[in-house]
Design a protein around this ligand. Sequence first.
Ligand SMILES: Cc1ncc(COP(=O)(O)O)c(C=O)c1O
Length: 343
Amino acid sequence: MLPEEVLRNAQAALWDLDGSGVGILEHSHRSKEFLRVLERTERLVREVGGIDDSYAVLFVTAGATHHFAMVPGSFLGAGDTADYCHTGVWSAKAIEEAKRCGAVHVACTGDPAFTATPSTFQWSAAPRYVHYTSNETIYGTEWQTPPPAPAPLVCDASSDIFSRPLVLANHALIYAGAQKNLGPSGISLVIAKRDFIERGRADLPPLAQYRTYAKEQSMHNTPNTFGVYIIGEVCAWILAQGGLPAMGERNARKAKLLYDFLDSSKVWRGHAEPASRSLMNVTFRGTKELEEALLARAEQRGLANLRGHRSVGGLRASIYNAFPEDGVHRLVQLLDDVERGRP
Ligand SMILES: Cc1ncc(COP(=O)(O)O)c(C=O)c1O
């Protein structure tokens, strides 16, 4: 979900951006109106995340999957090893891509059902970077604190970016597909240390180097102008809610409602271990019959997309930033009704 205010502002901007008489989809990316949007979005991203100028803020016209290859392509040179934390479906994909580029060492992994983030680590001798997925969207686990890595961290934060205060310490690069907490699909936000970017390979095509985006303010070619606009609106909305501390509190409250209910239920059970529970994706199961009964009734109560990812089954409530607290109350009520056989 995107916040209603954002969608209503976007609706107006489709017709007329900032009183220019021309819509956001129609402005040239070189127009002064769009340059203002780009400058505003970067400023707001920095304000929300508390990001200083030692980090570049980049808008890349691609999803997070693109960075699975772009990161090792840029930073994993001959003779280097990168360490990866393996916590589920998304880290598996990142590892697969990195292996095409160089030596990959899996430094830690969860249990086979990925119910928890790892707590023991075996780092390689001198990793170039350590990659982790801050929130495993499909299994519903989330690192409560970043892994204690001996090298700069690279984080896939696609499904929990800006859901709580951003931890930048020890991070060289954070990337996030926009479509969960930031805006539309087809654009990703990258927050990267400028000196780390400079250490990347310089002999790749321009759009395969983070350096190009940093040097040309994400304008080497036509950017996803609408995506940049929406990310700015979402950041303005986050600030109006009280910024990331307030988002974090609200998300913790929302998730607790659901986990407390699951813990007290006799038929529904959560997938993730309590210490690794995601605030964004609450994964759980009942019997097959109860799951189908829930899915059959959910849409009537305005609750959509509760089926678990096709690769793991079960149920999943994605309660990203814009999902309202009232929606969680309604879901708990529905779960209780199904459990007790109430209409
Ligand atoms: C954690 C994580 N990483 C990567 C991706 C892939 O994103 P995209 O489809 O934008 O490439 C997703 C998508 O859901 C995700 O949740």
